[in-house]
Write a protein that binds this ligand. Sequence first.
Ligand SMILES: Nc1ncnc2c1ncn2[C@@H]1O[C@H](COP(=O)(O)OP(=O)(O)OP(=O)(O)O)[C@@H](O)[C@H]1O
Length: 447
Amino acid sequence: MTDDPIVSVRNLKKHYPITEGILSRQVGAAKAVDGISFDIAEGETLGLVGESGCGKSTAASSIIRLEDPTDGEVIFNGGGRQGRTRNSDGTHPNDITKFQDEELKAFRRDAQMIFQDPSSSLDPRMTVGSSVAEMLLVHGMTDKQRRREIVEDLLERVGLSADYYDRYPHEFSGGQKQRIAMARALVLNPEFIVADEPVSALDVSIRAEILSLLNDIQEEFGLSMLFISHDMSVIREVCDRVAVMYLGEIVEIGDTEDVFSDPQHPYTEALLSAIPTPDPTVDRKNIELKGTVPSPISPPSGCRFHTRCHRVIQSDEYDLEQEHWRALLTFRDRVRGGEVDPDSIRTALSGEERDPSDVTDETVKSELRTEFDLPERISDADAESTLETALDALAEGRFDDATETLSTFSTPCEKEEPGETDHGDGHLSSCLRNQSEVRAEPAPADD
Ligand SMILES: Nc1ncnc2c1ncn2[C@@H]1O[C@H](COP(=O)(O)OP(=O)(O)OP(=O)(O)O)[C@@H](O)[C@H]1O
């Protein structure tokens, strides 16, 4: 027995090639998972949370080898593999990304997955008992009666009845099907389970029951679990630790209580602010995450979250309200992307009776300020003057001039990739703001 984590993920990447033309020439890659690392200790549940499209499911299927990762290691120390050390060439004998044949088959017994849609793991033409028992048969249990006994027992342990053995999936509700899928995942007595959004397809009224069953089962079977969800409140119910994922990367990881009570990354803060609080006296500001996760084909430079971050760092030259700084950068990016069209504003404002050219430049500029949450006057005189120059250029149709003028607004967050800051007890975050705070406040002397 050693203290090795049951799973160690190191710099895991999964890039999907983007191809073009009849020869399928590769023109780029979707970096769905782009260098994630974490450990899961024995008996622990680690949550992986983030918005749709941030790479959670790709991470799950790469970790369990449903897909072959592009790079990185997944070291699995379960199934009697504890205590093994690296080979002389630096590879690890427990790296599942290199497993073949027998080793892979053994891993497929030791690690199981529970999916969002329970129907996906149940064959509609097979009785649910046979579906679960099939796993035992595939892994060599030829005694039919023994298989039936094991499955009947398991159906009861997941809160169903042994009598359900001979029924078909269509006879069950979504929650019951998820219980059957859990029995199927547990029947080979695995050590590690990956649960990918196991309750998000279920009716809200039964989610709590299934989560509590997962908790009970985890304890009873001594399981380690990777639990994937986009919902912070679900993560809090189930997970000991949580890793927050954004655009293929982990931006914060730590004990669930630490991350919830003292989030260090603005993205985590935004996700937490969306949880409804039952206590009306708690005044928590809802941080609106505008826009969707950018494409993993061309992620933003520097910190990938900077295009949506409410705390994006201001350039030293300016001193203005943070929300106006955010608005200025969003405006800059939209103008740069050719997404701002003063002519359509003129047409919309002129209505059917008036000629669009009658709409004055001042009206167009004011409308643009409203659309982009920019105030009538920005408190910083230099920033205001730059913005006004850019608005003038836009209203006159000089797009290149506007783009160039606005490019004087820049943030360190788009230039520098944030490194990791250690907040103690395994609580880590990757945000430049935290790094500069650490730099600015030297640790107290040890005396
Ligand atoms: N086979 C593929 N080819 C190209 N891109 C892909 C492929 N599979 C996933 N992606 C892209 O990788 C990114 C991550 O997808 P993934 O499904 O892992 O995210 P997710 O966080 O699990 O989201 P969801 O909760 O919606 O499933 C997305 O931008 C997705 O479009």
